[in-house]
Design a protein around this ligand. Structure first.
Ligand code: HEC
Ligand code: HEC
Length: 279
């Protein structure tokens, strides 16, 4: 990764004079795939008129990294995800590929996650992957935001890139969505703030050196320049809670799963950008 990142940074300084991005820019990946980074807000996102991908708020040089898969540092990790996908692990002697074939069979899945299963339980993509590992492969579960897990979920997410986020919030999903919404608007921590205080009331505002976005999750797992790795949704939620000096909920726990559903639903209509690049 490091070599590639250095090359990318070097390439960027050469690009410095070329205005290719910016707040009104269009995200076109590899010169061919146009992403929806702005859309009318879904009716259930009551306090928003328009929704915006986090990409819109990033600095030009960060935006550019996501416009070409060769420059996008996340692809080192999706390549690792592909290796993991093809490799036998566990007592059953199986690999993901043995049962699922080409990973493109997962096209569309990430756009609809998280979702409620036939037992009425809310499940995340991470849980589905771990379920196959423990129940079908005889392998150990990966930690919720382990590098293997973010690599494989980013690879699966990439198969939905360009498709609109479309999570279901009605029927059996409704109580989870309500819980997520409640959490989104609840003030917590020493700074006594809610997610909405920043990502709804103040998006597009500078908070220290950071340009606040709507906190959308359509790009996750996302590569962050800050820690040079893929970051999970729950990892990001945790970081935001720590920043307001709140005790974060547990990754993979009921609160973050409900929040994941609610936050995803606020982005219904934006393109899946996985794997995105953020600062
Ligand atoms: C022994 C066979 C087997 C192996 C190995 C296996 N899976 Fe599965 N997986 C299944 C079956 C069966 C299902 C449930 C039916 C379905 O959705 O295909 C499933 C479901 C899934 C789903 C949900 C798909 C959906 O559309 O609902 C995901 C995601 C998934 N597996 C990922 C993986 C990953 C990643 C690996 C490797 C770490 C893996 N699986 C290994 C058999 C397997
Ligand atoms: C004090 C302000 C603040 C609060 C409160 C806050 N965040 Fe954030 N959040 C940020 C900043 C700053 C960033 C980085 C810049 C950006 O993308 O907005 C960020 C980024 C994010 C991102 C990444 C967006 C992307 O495009 O990659 C998500 C998702 C997110 N926050 C969700 C949440 C959730 C959920 C909560 C409530 C548990 C929350 N945030 C609370 C300040 C905040």
């Amino acid at each position: 990764m490091n070599t590639k990142l250095l090359q990318t940074v070097a390439a960027l300084s050469l690009l410095a004079g070329v205005a290719v991005a910016g707040e009104d820019a269009t995200l076109i990946i590899n010169d061919e795939e146009t992403m929806v980074t702005e859309a009318a807000a879904p009716a259930h996102a009551e306090n928003l008129d328009r929704i915006y991908s986090g990409w819109v708020f990033r600095a030009d040089e960060t935006q550019v990294l996501q416009m070409d898969d060769f420059d996008n540092p996340a692809f080192v990790f999706t390549d690792q995800g592909q290796d993991l996908y093809d490799t036998v692990d566990g007592t059953a002697g199986e690999s993901c590929a043995n049962c699922h074939g080409d990973v493109d069979s997962f096209a569309g899945l990430t756009a609809q996650m998280p979702r409620v299963n036939s037992d009425g339980e809310l499940e995340t993509l991470t849980e589905l992957v771990n379920n196959c590992r423990t129940e079908r492969m005889g392998a150990e579960a990966w930690k919720y935001s382990a590098s293997q897990m973010t690599a494989v979920t980013a690879l699966i997410g990439l198969q939905s890139r360009g498709m609109p986020v479309d999570v279901a919030i009605d029927g059996a999903a409704a109580p989870y969505w309500e819980r997520g919404k409640e959490l989104y608007y609840t003030r917590v921590g020493q700074l006594d703030m809610s997610c909405s205080n920043c990502h709804e009331d103040n998006y597009d505002v500078m908070i220290r050196a950071d340009h606040l976005s709507q906190g959308q999750t359509n790009g996750f797992p996302t590569y962050r320049l800050k820690n040079a790795k893929l970051n999970s949704r729950h990892g990001r939620f945790k970081g935001c809670m720590k920043n307001i000096r709140a005790t974060p909920f547990k990754e993979g726990g009921d609160e973050f799963k409900a929040l994941e559903l609610y936050v995803a639903s606020r982005g219904n209509g934006l393109s899946v950008e996985t794997p995105s690049v953020r600062n």
